[in-house]
Design a protein around this ligand. Structure first.
Ligand SMILES: N[C@@H](CCC(=O)N[C@@H](CS)C(=O)NCC(=O)O)C(=O)O
Length: 299
């Protein structure tokens, strides 16, 4: 669903990579050891002051749905590159007119940096200066595995008020959007289900297809296989797209969705998979910091 588009509003483009390098040297990451944070604070205090003034004027803004693994892919890429940004969450369905005001398609993530509009997680990684990926492997994660996992989770939760998925989907949105999202939920969840072509009866078939994709992903993380060889754009892609199945501590929203027993059993089985153990390790080792400065709450 949704193509990656790099667009431009007006004539001026904002370069991402120089800024990224600047920030990467000075940042103090959430998960850094205290000593590293202290050193970073002392060495970089002047730079941080300058940057915070600069950030107010020029911070890129990332439009997301908080639970989306594509948005997590983009967010992680920005964080990894040390790019500071503000984030704004949209409610499903209400996002359609808001996205159309900015970009050609309606899918998130969308990054607005100055006059530049970048739509799609892959395009955002490229904008952030991450260009070293394995294109074919990433395409499979983005276009096959990502939609499959999303369809599976929603097929088992959208129709069930006990799943809590409505509140998770509305997490972080403005109070107005949250109120509209709750009031319009019966319509919104039907629109989402129709758009993604999902029904609870599809769960067994979706589970089988996920298993076969996990067979493929398991092979990528064996000793000497591509994902075991180092960390970069493709690892960010694989780990973020698989994250809803692995549910790392760094993404607590995924654990707030209550799954049906049949799905919990499948998740339990899959948790022993090398690919999902690799996701948890990769999050523990590499997903430490957030360059996000604030959650914005425009209507
Ligand atoms: N290939 C796109 C897919 C993005 C995508 O499908 N985003 C979903 C959220 S998970 C979305 O915005 N769906 C609503 C829509 O397409 O209007 C990417 O990598 O960013």
């Amino acid at each position: 669903m949704g193509r990656s588009i790099v667009g431009r509003r007006g004539a001026t483009a904002v370069a991402g990579t120089g800024r990224a390098r600047f920030n990467r040297q000075k940042r103090c990451a959430v998960g850094d050891p205290p000593a590293a944070c202290k050193a970073s604070r002392e060495v970089g205090s002047l730079a941080i002051m300058v940057r915070s003034v600069d950030a107010k004027e020029t911070s890129p803004r990332l439009y997301v749905m908080k639970i989306s693994h594509y948005c997590e892919r983009a967010r992680w890429g920005l964080d990894y590159q040390g790019i500071r940004y503000d984030e704004q969450a949209w409610a499903p369905a209400l996002h359609v007119p808001l996205a159309r005001r900015l970009a050609k398609q309606t899918n998130v993530p969308i990054l607005v940096a100055g006059e530049r509009v970048v739509q799609g997680s892959g395009a955002i990684l490229s904008w952030a200066g991450l260009n070293d990926g394995d294109t074919a492997m990433e395409r499979r994660f983005e276009t096959v595995i990502g939609p499959l996992i999303r369809a599976y989770v929603y097929a088992g939760t959208l129709h069930d008020p006990r799943s809590g998925v409505r509140e998770v989907l509305l997490h972080g949105v403005s109070p107005l959007q949250a109120a509209l999202g709750r009031a319009g939920w019966p319509v919104i969840r039907r629109l989402m289900a129709n758009r993604m072509g999902i029904r609870p009866e599809r769960l067994p078939d979706l589970a089988r297809r996920i298993e076969s994709e996990l067979d493929w992903a398991d092979a990528l993380v064996e000793d000497g296989a591509p994902l075991s060889r180092g960390f970069g754009r493709t690892a960010i892609t694989a780990a973020s797209i698989l994250a809803p199945l692995a549910r790392p501590d760094a993404l607590p929203l995924y654990r707030q969705v209550r799954l049906q027993p049949e799905m919990e059993r499948a998740f339990e089985r899959w948790s022993a998979r090398p690919a999902l153990r690799w996701v948890l390790n990769t999050y523990a080792q590499h997903r430490h910091c957030s360059g996000q400065q604030s959650d914005l709450h425009d209507p």
